[in-house]
Design a protein around this ligand. Sequence first.
Ligand code: UN1
Length: 512
Amino acid sequence: DKFGMKEALSLLGIKSENSGASTGKNWLETKGEQISSVSPVDAKVIANVKVATESDYNLVVEAAQEAFKTWRLMPAPKRGEIVRQVGEELRKNKEPLGKLVSYEMGKSYQEGLGEVQEMIDICDFAVGLSRQLYGLTMHSERSLHRMYEQYHPIGLVGIISAFNFPVAVWSWNSALAWVCGDVCIWKPSEKVPLSAIACQNIVQKVFERNNVPEGVSNVIIGDYRIGELLSHDKRVPLVSATGSTRMGKLVGAAVGARLGRVLLELGGNNAIIISKDTDLEMAIRGALFGAVGTAGQRCTTTRRLIIHESIYEDFKNKLASAYTQLKIGNPLDENNHVGPLIDQDAVQNYLSAIEKVEAEGGKVVVEGGVLEGEEFSSGCYVKPAIYEAQNNFSIVQHETFAPILYLIKYGDIEEAIAIHNNVPQGLSSAIMTNNIRESELFLSHAGSDCGIANVNIGTSGAEIGGAFGGEKETGGGRESGSDAWKVYMRRQTNTINFGKDLPLAQGIKFDL
Ligand code: UN1
């Protein structure tokens, strides 16, 4: 236990056997099967969880419905004050929670800490927001009338989160939803249940001090069946789902069929255009972190580099030599850059993508492979790989959640942008250039079609202050900063007559 994991688990209230459903202080006697959280770092069982059944799910939804009746009546700035305290509690728990995220998910400890920092930041953001949540005032066309709009809480918010950001993505949703007056039901990925249990325990400390009722923060652990229950449930007006495009299409269809609201944050196929007018050192660093950070398991991971032909060979060689410096191994050891993939299935997907790119005619630049030896005994450690490819290869059009980077050559900037946009996904994008014509074109309406477009920054590592999400098969949703809060509220237009007549709008006369 040289990384102090036992202590971290005990600080976070993780036991060896855990319940898979909670309404706050209350952890239910869940009736489902027992699952184990196995660390991809060393294949050890961290702890067990008894997952939730449909009847457990219903108990949670009923508690949430009850809680909403009182939570929505608390003034928003008071809810903000409670979220402020959640941020404080997260600051106190940053190291143990970052460590658990690193151990349970496999990302580096630094990235685990970074993820908790995103949670702290969104809490700060939500506190300020709690005194805003602005609607507009309009001028009525009728005399002695007033017209304005209000944002009211929408109700129960289902949050389906992915394994790769086990804690931050939930907090982007829950911190905003809470200040908006909503109550949350969180279905974390069953690959990382303990990180969710830890978050619930942290929040509960604050909620208990502030007499927040049971049912404002709920966790429900289980497989896709819990996601299906949430998606079909009319009692849940908003479902926010982060994960694969395949999952998002199912959630979107089910919620759409009942005309509920979705916030979808799905796959990316993010590229960086490397112009001939680029600062090579900066471009290499941006591409390197984007492609191998979190072992290629961010939705914002750089998957394609579109490189100008005049610098192509030079860039390729420099990047390949940077790859030889990468240290792969236990992510809790701060000397390592790249940890394991989440599980054996992910390793299989990685291997099959390599097979496919080779079969389609891709040329290897940096060879991949699964690492062997004692340090890698979980079988989840893979070498980041680089291939020269064509954008229209079917494997290049597809998001493989692993560190495989495709290099594509271009001639002029219009061609680069066309290649860039020619994928089904539209999350994050970047151009590395010192040429203002190119960068402005890239950011223009004829440029990148993604929800995020950066200049001289890689594709990953977005700040929480902006709206996060993307277009096309990425699902169209926006989470986190800017005015993303609006999706968690229902808008009401109010018109008030304070005169003695009843004039009709549009000048209609209706006299008896
Ligand atoms: C994700 O991979 O689902 O922009 C979220 C980033 C992080 C969030 C990624 N701030 O890379």
